[in-house]
Design a protein around this ligand. Structure first.
Ligand SMILES: *Cc1c(COP(=O)(O)O)cnc(C)c1O
Length: 356
């Protein structure tokens, strides 16, 4: 049966990126060796990382004064690397969910943390508004897409201090004004490639302002200087990222991807809003285009397992909500075809016909 992959991460990737990765695993570009077997210092791998960086810069319109790094350690290591390199006295954080909280926890190891606002009072179902970013903070940190709760900051905020963003689950989903950010990071496994590689986009002038010694591997300067090749990088995941970026370019770039994403999300949100049985969990103006969270209305709560089983029987994968929200979550990342969204909608309608 055809599977409709709504996994939150690792998640669906473009079929062509997977097929070309499979080919490169067998043999890279007719060189008689697998991508798995070549030196990261070979010209063949250098060409791969160069193209990956170049496509990333081109698609995201990253200005020349920014560096792009591909590192290991996941977004979670960035929770620590960011304050290690940037927090001298105090940092400001917007608390919009579990990932933001994890970032805050690490920052507290290095200095004072000013939580400018939190949506924790309503289980993170909205993005706080009308907060003030302290002008004496070393930086201001946001999580643009809250993968677990399904909220998203879909615009580029103004900040009086250097702004740092975790864009793990919404990088490459809309054009961004990179110049508003000092540093952007994310794990690849939501919209870019397989698990194991992390991207970092940063301006070098923000570095060198903290007193503490920084271990070599955790110092951004090391990786800038060595072009992400200080040590062995995740070569295979980087290869797949390159293929995903080629796919985005072939579709017409990020503007086009954004249109496709909005169309998919609108279809599903409209279904939820007009449903007898289902209801969204997020305030409308804070809704994510990537992770769409919904639950059964109070009078139908006992049907949760029944819907999960029904959806599974129709090929839906990964729609169980995160334990901190419950209900259902459909992740509609770039590579998810609109047919899968339609299949989920059909499934919801059919279930309603039987049960409502
Ligand atoms: C998945 C996710 C993370 C964690 O990424 P790892 O690569 O597993 O460390 C962090 N932030 C956000 C917003 C995420 O969606």
């Amino acid at each position: 049966m055809k599977k409709h992959n709504f996994n939150a991460g690792p998640s669906i990737l473009p079929r062509i990126a997977i097929e070309n990765t499979a080919k490169a695993v067998l043999e890279l570009n007719g060189i008689g060796m697998s991508i798995l077997e070549i030196s990261h210092r070979s010209k063949d791998f250098q060409a791969i990382i160069d193209e990956t960086v170049a496509l990333f810069k081109e698609l995201l319109k990253i200005p020349d004064n920014y560096h792009v790094l591909f590192l290991g350690g996941g977004a979670s290591l960035q929770f620590c690397m960011v304050p290690y390199n940037l927090l001298q006295k105090k940092a400001a954080y917007l608390e919009t969910g579990v990932w933001a909280q994890k970032a805050i926890k690490e920052a507290k190891l290095f200095g004072a943390v000013d939580i400018v606002a939190s949506s924790g009072d309503k289980n993170f179902n909205y993005i706080p508004k009308n907060f003030t970013i302290p002008e004496n903070a070393d930086y201001f940190h946001i999580t643009t897409n809250n993968t677990i709760f399904g909220t998203e900051i879909r615009y580029d905020m103004d900040s009086p201090v250097n702004m740092v963003a975790d864009m793990s689950s919404d990088i490459l989903t809309r054009p961004i004004d990179i110049s508003k950010y000092a540093l952007i990071y994310g794990g690849a496994q939501k919209n870019l490639g397989p698990a194991g590689v992390t991207f970092v986009i940063l301006r070098e002038d923000i570095l060198g302002k903290v007193d503490r010694p920084i271990p070599t591997m955790l110092n951004y300067k090391t990786h800038i200087k060595e072009g992400s090749l200080f040590n062995t990088p995740p070569c295979l995941p980087i290869y797949t990222c390159m293929e995903t970026l080629r796919w985005i370019k072939s579709l017409g770039g990020i503007e086009k991807i954004k249109e496709m994403n909005i169309e998919k999300a609108n279809l599903l949100y409209n279904t939820i809003d007009n449903s007898k049985m289902f209801v969204g969990t997020v305030e409308k103006e804070s809704r994510s285009i990537m992770n769409i969270c919904f639950v059964l209305k109070e009078q139908y709560k006992d049907k949760e397992d029944a819907f999960m089983d029904f959806a599974k029987s129709k090929g839906m994968v990964g729609i169980k909500g995160h334990r901190s929200v419950g209900g259902f979550r459909a992740s509609t990342y770039n590579a998810l075809p609109i047919e899968s969204v339609q299949a989920l909608i059909d499934c919801m309608h059919e279930f309603e016909k039987i049960n409502a």
